[in-house]
Write a protein that binds this ligand. Structure first.
Ligand code: FES
Length: 581
């Protein structure tokens, strides 16, 4: 199933990038060669062969990549089979579950590391081993900027979890069971039982969270082998995918197929269509804009919303639907789904496999229409995720309509404002809180600079007293992101964020807020004169980020609608190491 490809052309070995390190008869190259010999590596091991770097985001603290220790050996096997020389290069591991305040703070750091590691070493091609949310865009952003031949190898989702008679999906079902526990409907034993079962194997979240969404986007962009995005992490096929990816990386080095030679505006439009058809994580919108920026392609929220008006949701997967990633794979995976929306794709885009996207999905089929819906019976017609604008979000914000209660998609309610997350946590369950099911809960200071790092706080908790009354969804708005596994009527990524003086900073308790998804509108129903007065009285918050990477982040991160990359990292850089050294 997962085989490559067609080798387009093999270069003269002297033209390999690594030959600039090892080929010359000079003192520096003598040093390079002799130190490899000191590691037991002889000339015959690597000379005249592509050196393939396996950028491995494994760590004992990354719960989703625990199988990468084994997979990296399997990728090496593929590289050796194809006549390359594999080198394992550890890079920063961004494990979503154990990092505080948020891995998003470090996405750009891993992207920078990836770019610099690729540039400064004798590397002819790379296998990017990632999976847990931010590792995917970070590795791809860095590889685009370095523009060295690269293929992405996704970690794959966990197996489906079981508890009692129920099938569980990580993240999504944790939120649901937590709401029941807060409502008094779940005993301690059952809660512990869910904890024991919900993460069943190595791999990424098995809902259509950010990791699975980004893996699908990587495949749609043409950066993985075909049908790579959804292979469960611990099945034998995932090992075979690893070996095949290693083999392909060698061929990419010979062909000198770089990310920038593959990626076009059409590739990113395909990625947007894919994200919408799978009802993917809203986080992916930010990441797609950032990845495209590295390729000098300007994607905007308007581009995304225009696509949203055309693309139906076909994947019936949690949190928007019923099934899990393992079901999606068994039903035909991403190629099966893409084969149902050929007319919405630009099929001539290129892939690392040497085929066009159209050729790659030519033989794809769907096995189960209940998991991958037909065009006549979509999970959601169009607009499954929408961009909203209005006086509360002049530069835009997003809502995942398909995962929200329809009755709330046109709603006016009074604001209940929390200045920051600590404030919210302290007060949200206060029995005397002035809140009803019609209230619009507002959180500010949760954006890229304000939080810090743009955390996943956007699925704001429903007050316990309302949970006990049976309320399970409310309109909630913030400048935060939310986990791809989350759901509810949550307006996210409000831009500009409150910390830099976005209108969210001036909302007061009791102000009426109007959400109207059909009009793509989010409005604060307060007159302009009052807003001007409030703005005049506003004191910009001081930043406490005075040190190290945090200082760089606060000084250079762009806003949500711009992708949250650093302002100095747009576009690519030369992949040539300075010759003088
Ligand atoms: Fe790693 Fe969800 S925690 S993918």
């Amino acid at each position: 199933m997962i085989e490559s490809n067609k080798v387009v052309g093999k270069r003269d070995p002297s033209k390999l990038r690594s030959n600039r390190w090892f080929g010359p008869d000079d003192l520096r190259s003598f040093g390079h060669r002799s130190r490899l010999k000191g590691m037991g590596i002889d000339d015959a091991d690597y000379q005249g062969k592509p050196i393939v770097a396996l950028l491995n985001t494994w760590s004992d603290l990354n719960t989703c990549h625990s199988h990468f220790k084994q997979r990296v050996d399997e990728v090496k096997r593929g590289v050796l089979q194809a006549g390359g020389f594999p080198v394992e290069v550890p890079v920063m591991s961004l494990g979503e579950m154990l990092m505080k305040p948020t891995t998003m703070l470090y996405r750009n750091l891993l992207a920078m590391e990836t770019e610099e590691v690729l540039r400064c070493h004798p590397i002819d091609s790379a296998v990017l081993m990632g999976g847990c949310d931010k590792t995917v865009p970070a590795l791809i952003m860095g590889a685009i900027s370095a523009d060295i031949p690269s293929v992405f190898f996704p970690a794959g989702p966990m197996l489906k979890a079981r508890w009692k008679d129920q099938t569980l999906g990580s993240g999504t079902d944790a939120w649901k069971f937590w709401a029941e526990r807060c409502a008094g409907n779940l005993c301690d034993n059952d809660w512990k039982g869910v904890e024991n079962c919900i993460a069943r194997s190595a791999g990424t979240c098995m809902t259509m969270g950010t990791a699975s969404t980004m893996a699908c986007i990587a495949e749609a962009l043409g950066l993985t082998l075909p049908n790579a995005a959804c292979v469960p992490a611990v099945v034998a096929e995932h090992s075979r995918l690893a070996v095949a990816t290693g083999r392909r990386a060698v061929e990419l080095a010979w062909e000198n197929v770089t990310p920038r030679s593959l990626l076009t505006r059409a590739s990113f439009e395909n990625a947007m269509a894919t994200q919408l058809s799978i009802s993917g994580s809203t986080n992916a919108i930010v990441h797609m804009i950032a990845m495209a920026g590295r390729a000098d392609i300007k994607l905007t929220l308007d581009d995304y919303d225009a696509m949203s008006k055309k693309v139906p949701v076909l994947a019936d997967i949690r949190p928007s639907g019923k099934y899990l990633m393992e079901d999606f794979y068994d039903a035909g995976g991403l190629p099966g789904l893409l084969s149902r929306m050929r007319d919405l794709l630009q099929l001539e885009t290129k892939t690392v496999n040497g085929l066009t996207l159209g050729e790659q999905i030519q033989a794809a089929e769907v096995i189960d229409d209940s998991v991958i819906r037909t065009r006549e019976n979509p999970l959601w017609p169009t607009g499954g995720t929408c961009v909203l604008r209005g006086n509360l979000a002049p530069h835009g914000c997003v809502i995942k309509t398909v995962a929200a209660e329809p009755r709330l998609q046109k709603h006016v309610g009074p604001a209940l404002v929390f200045d920051n997350y600590a404030d919210l946590k302290k007060s949200i369950n206060d029995p005397d809180l002035a809140v009803t099911a019609d209230t619009v809960i507002v959180l500010r200071s949760a954006g890229p600079i304000g939080a810090p790092g743009f955390p996943e706080w956007g699925m704001l908790p429903i007050p316990e007293k309302l949970l006990k009354q049976g309320v399970r969804d409310m309109v909630r708005i913030s400048d935060a992101r939310m986990s791809g596994t989350s759901y509810g009527t949550c307006v996210l990524h409000i831009s500009p964020e409150s910390h830099v003086g976005g209108p969210l900073a001036f909302v007061q308790n009791g102000d009426l807020i109007e959400l109207d998804v059909s009009k793509r509108s989010l409005m604060l129903l307060v007159d302009e004169a009052t807003m001007i007065k409030r703005r005049g009285n506003w004191l910009p918050p001081t930043t406490t980020w005075t040190r190290g990477y945090h200082r760089i982040f606060a000084g250079h991160v762009t806003q949500a609608h711009e992708g949250c990359d650093f302002d100095f990292l747009h576009g690519h850089s030369s992949n040539r190491e300075p010759d003088i050294f």
